[in-house]
Design a protein around this ligand. Structure first.
Ligand SMILES: *Cc1c(COP(=O)(O)O)cnc(C)c1O
Length: 464
């Protein structure tokens, strides 16, 4: 059919709405959204006809409904829901980094109603938001004081803006990283109104490089932890101790952007990540880290350090724009309590997952395999789980995965993602790997149920 013949036959919104497949979409979705998808789809088909002189199909109403269905699936795939993380990546930024401890989830649930974020229930007076948590965090890492903002990038901007705006920030060329999502630290820094003063080279920077750059224009020295890549070989960079020992003017602090807030030494797990306490003890004036990386809590940026600098941050107008909400505060309180309790490795999911012996992961894999009844080849294979999420670059933990091979791997992966709860694994060499290091024991039942269902749907397994 030609352009001239097809265009007048394009269905109206009302016609499409009467279609059975569209009617079923209307149950869970608001009418207005479905109508918008229909308009987009009719428009798309019209453009296609105009461009190609044909829609490629004579059944225009079907062409439109299948587009609407596609838009619906795309939309559903982006709406935020629970995911079972079978990627093995413990801190998966695309999956929201650290899962919260059960106790933290409960407290967030409570705080979602009215909660005393700025009310002292003892005195009945107004209190300062996050003041208590600041003290608790400071004590935890032996710092003088602490404040919390929305994330570590915000912490960086707040610190530089409040302390070094209009002046120079000295940083090593080897540390000007891109933190993911296209955000580059030099741009983040500059948005705080400071000038970057780069010193050293990509692989080698000495304390003397910083020293010769220090002058009247200097506002701060910053060290950025290389949290998402490694430099090996001919590499030198000064430690925080060395930077602190430089002859610095009174009003020039040494800032340590750790990225990942590692509270305990994880060397026994083969993970060499600097701890917050070490940075504070070395004399950093301000140490910055994320709440949702190795700290194992909600998304936030934590700044610990000397009282006089923290006080300055508290009075910055930026602070008000970056303050955390009640849900974050509730989750953070519980997370901090768990760090105090010495049960962090058993109670904080991130640390529990990292510390779990691979044999326990293997047993979980066995349990899943025992319960799946399918013709698809299922193996249990050894693998490595990356820590991920901007901490301990390149580091992995030995693990085990369920390996599903055979045909239809992409369809199986897509069905696992599309269901409820969604399951995300990783596809490699025509197999689907489900690394169970990041699947909790109480998620195994759900995983088995969904896997069983998907492996037996048409096109796969015994019911082929
Ligand atoms: C992760 C990271 C950041 C950003 O932290 P967010 O909490 O995601 O804003 C900044 N600096 C370093 C070194 C990091 O590793």
């Amino acid at each position: 059919m030609s352009k001239a013949e097809q265009l007048p036959n394009l269905p109206s919104v009302d016609q499409v709405l009467k279609e059975a497949t569209i009617q079923s979409l209307l149950q869970p979705r608001p009418h207005r959204r479905v109508v918008a998808w229909i308009r987009d789809s009719v428009d798309g088909i019209r453009q296609q006809i105009l461009a190609n002189d044909s829609s490629g199909s004579d059944d225009l109403i079907r062409a439109v409904t299948s587009r609407v269905e596609q838009l619906h699936q795309q939309d559903r795939g982006q709406s935020v829901r629970r995911v079972i993380n079978a990627t093995g990546v413990v801190l998966h930024t695309n999956l929201g980094r650290a899962p919260l401890a059960e106790q933290a989830i409960k407290r967030v649930n409570e705080a979602m109603r009215y909660a005393n974020v700025e009310l002292d229930l003892h005195s009945g007076r107004r209190s300062k938001r996050a003041q208590r948590i600041g003290k608790l965090i400071a004590q935890l890492v032996d710092a003088e004081d602490a404040v919390v903002v929305n994330n570590c990038a915000a912490a960086t901007i707040l610190v530089l803006q409040a302390i070094a705006a209009g002046r120079e920030v000295i940083v090593s060329r080897g540390q000007l990283v891109e933190i993911g999502g296209g955000f580059r630290l030099p741009d983040v820094f500059c948005s705080a109104g400071v000038q970057l003063r780069e010193v050293g080279t990509t692989n080698r920077t000495y304390a003397s490089d910083y020293q010769s750059a220090i002058g009247d224009a200097t506002g701060a020295l910053i060290r950025v932890h290389r949290s998402n890549f490694q430099l090996t070989g001919f590499v030198t960079e000064p430690s925080i101790d060395e930077l602190v020992s430089l002859p610095l003017p009174e009003d020039v602090p040494v800032i340590d952007d750790l990225g990942s807030g590692c509270l305990e030494d994880l060397a026994d797990l083969g993970l060499n990540e600097p701890t917050v306490r070490t940075s504070v003890a070395a004399g950093a004036d301000l140490t910055l880290f994320s709440g949702d990386k190795l700290f194992g809590g909600p998304q936030c940026g934590i700044i610990v350090g000397r009282a006089r600098w923290i006080e300055r941050l508290r009075h910055s107008p930026m602070m008000r724009a970056m303050r955390i909400d009640k849900m974050t505060l509730a989750a953070l309180e519980v997370t901090v309590d768990l760090h105090y309790s010495d049960q962090s490795r058993s109670e904080l999911p991130v640390l529990r997952m990292l510390a779990e012996p691979s044999e326990a992961v293997r047993q979980r894999c066995e349990r899943v395999r025992r319960h799946i009844d399918t013709d698809s080849p299922i193996d249990i294979v050894a693998c490595q789980s990356p820590v991920g999420g901007g901490s301990v670059p390149g580091a992995t933990r030995p693990s085990y995965a369920i390996k599903i091979s055979g045909r239809h791997i992409d369809r199986i992966a897509s069905q696992l993602r599309g269901g409820d709860p969604a399951i995300q694994g990783r596809v490699a060499d025509d197999s689907l790997l489900l690394d169970l290091r990041t699947v909790a024991n109480d998620e195994v039942e759900m995983l088995i149920g969904r896997l069983q269902h998907v492996l037996q749907s048409p096109g796969e397994g015994r019911h082929r």
